[in-house]
Design a protein around this ligand. Structure first.
Ligand SMILES: C=C(O[C@H]1C=CC=C(C(=O)O)[C@@H]1O)C(=O)O
Length: 373
């Protein structure tokens, strides 16, 4: 763990948690869970990548007497940007990967039931992107938790500061992975999606169709069962509704199920439980191992922090962690956005291309990218 790679005073924002970084530590969820969080009193914010064996960051926040880094300002409307953007890979290549996955899923020889395949959108503009301004715009949607966290680049041990060598993970997630307060635990997985429509009648029609879509209900069920099975041994009471409910963001409908329980041991460290849960079939697939293998074969580049987990800890015991979705890694004048979709035997390339395109909209709108051109 290294606390010299990030200059003090760099701001971050994560829902209601805003502040300036005092100390940064690098490590995996498992390492922090095993060795403890160095400054375990008080609040830490953090971010971990999709691959659980890759390190992420935990940040101790400076004492609250300091002025908050992000004041409640009226968000400025996104500037129409003159930047260039391109999908990576091209939609046809992503479509071919979906078709390949569907073939695998339909084969009698595979244990695989679902795999989540993601694609990226690369954006380059003339002026540096302000991550805090993007987070404020994203935060206008009351159904998501917006975030902007620095993710230092480690270049020959040099300290990164807000102006220099810094990448920012910025996004607006609708998905709660784990909330732990003493003995009370909750997870609210999402899976199964439909794009919103500006026409209220069509919007309602899409929502109702999603609620009865066998393909989306199957995608959803895998995630709920997985999370339920992980939490069950730790809980003496774990409940969930039998059927999912609709959850919305400004641009998407999702199926969601709230799973709540009471832990046998209220003192269980939050990261110990988080390490068991991440990554779920909402971002990987099921069973986990073959899904991860197929993702590494079909996705051209590692996901990095997309589909990881972002959240905060209150001392070591409690915390709130989200799935790192609807996000971009911003570095100077460049941003890389990611979006993924759950692939099951009934999936089609065209529908999954459309779904991932719709999932880009939250971030592309906040960045001022016009995806219609
Ligand atoms: C993987 C993503 O979404 C997940 C969360 C909600 C719905 C999903 C779906 O319908 O596939 C995904 O599981 C993403 O937004 O990149």
């Amino acid at each position: 763990m290294n606390d010299a790679l990030l200059a003090q005073g760099v701001p971050l924002v994560l829902g209601d948690v805003t502040g300036q970084i005092d100390t940064a530590w690098q490590g995996t969820i498992a390492a922090f869970a095993k060795n403890g969080v160095p400054q375990s009193k008080g609040r830490c914010a953090g971010v971990f990548p999709f691959t659980p064996t890759d390190p992420g960051w935990l940040y101790a926040l400076a004492p609250a007497e300091r002025p908050p880094a992000v004041t409640a300002q009226v968000p400025s409307p996104p500037q129409a940007q003159s930047g260039a953007w391109q999908f990576s890979p091209a939609p046809e290549v992503y479509g071919a990967a979906v078709e390949h996955a569907v073939e695998q899923l339909r084969s009698y020889e595979t244990p695989l039931q679902k795999v989540v395949l993601a694609r990226a959108l690369d954006y380059r503009t003339a002026a540096p992107v302000d991550p805090m301004a993007v987070a404020r715009r994203l935060g206008q949607d009351p159904h998501v938790t917006s975030y902007a966290l620095p993710v230092p680049q480690i270049r020959s041990g040099k300290t990164a500061d807000a102006q220099g060598d810094m990448r920012w993970l910025v996004g607006a997630t609708p998905e709660l992975l784990l909330d732990k307060k003493g003995a009370a635990v909750m997870s609210h997985p999402l899976a199964g999606s439909a794009p919103r429509s500006a026409d209220p009648v069509e919007d309602r029609h899409r929502a109702e169709a999603l609620l009865v879509s066998t393909k989306d209900l199957a995608e959803h069920r895998y995630v709920v069962e997985y999370i339920h099975d992980i939490l069950a041994p730790y809980c003496h009471n774990l409940t969930r509704p039998q059927t999912p409910a609709l959850q919305k963001t400004a641009s998407m409908w999702h199926l969601g199920t709230r799973i709540s329980g009471v832990l046998r041991d209220a003192d269980l460290p939050c990261l110990a439980l988080l390490g068991k849960l991440h990554p779920t079939p909402a971002v990987a697939g099921t069973p986990l191992r073959p899904a991860l293998d197929l993702i590494s074969r079909l996705e051209p580049e590692p996901r990095g922090f997309y589909a990881g987990t972002v959240g905060w800890l209150e001392n070591e015991r409690d915390g709130t962690w989200y799935v790192t979705l609807r996000c971009a890694m911003i570095e100077g004048c460049m941003a890389r956005l990611h979006a993924g979709a759950g692939i099951v035997p009934d999936s089609t390339a065209a529908a999954e291309i459309a779904e991932t395109q719709a999932k880009f909209i939250a971030m592309s709108d906040a960045l001022g990218i016009d995806l219609t051109h």
